[in-house]
Design a protein around this ligand. Structure first.
Ligand SMILES: [Zn+2]
Length: 68
């Protein structure tokens, strides 16, 4: 099963409602509306950058680039 990056539902990659390619990776969606939301702002739904900024906010001392 794949995870719909927008709503975090599981999606059967053999029969997804729709898919989108971004950065060489295929993402699977439970519904066309999720793909539309993803295509408008893919970065917002990809967990890694989000996780990084959340971590640096919670723990600024561990962020090498912190300049405050
Ligand atoms: Zn969805």
């Amino acid at each position: 099963m794949a995870i719909d990056p927008v709503c975090k539902m599981t999606v059967d990659e053999k029969a997804p409602a729709t898919t989108s390619d971004y950065g060489g990776v295929t993402y699977y969606f439970c519904a066309p509306g999720c793909k539309v939301a993803f295509d408008e702002n893919p970065e917002a739904y990809l967990s890694e950058p989000k996780k990084r900024s959340l971590l640096s906010r919670l723990n600024p001392l561990r962020t090498p680039r912190s300049q405050d």
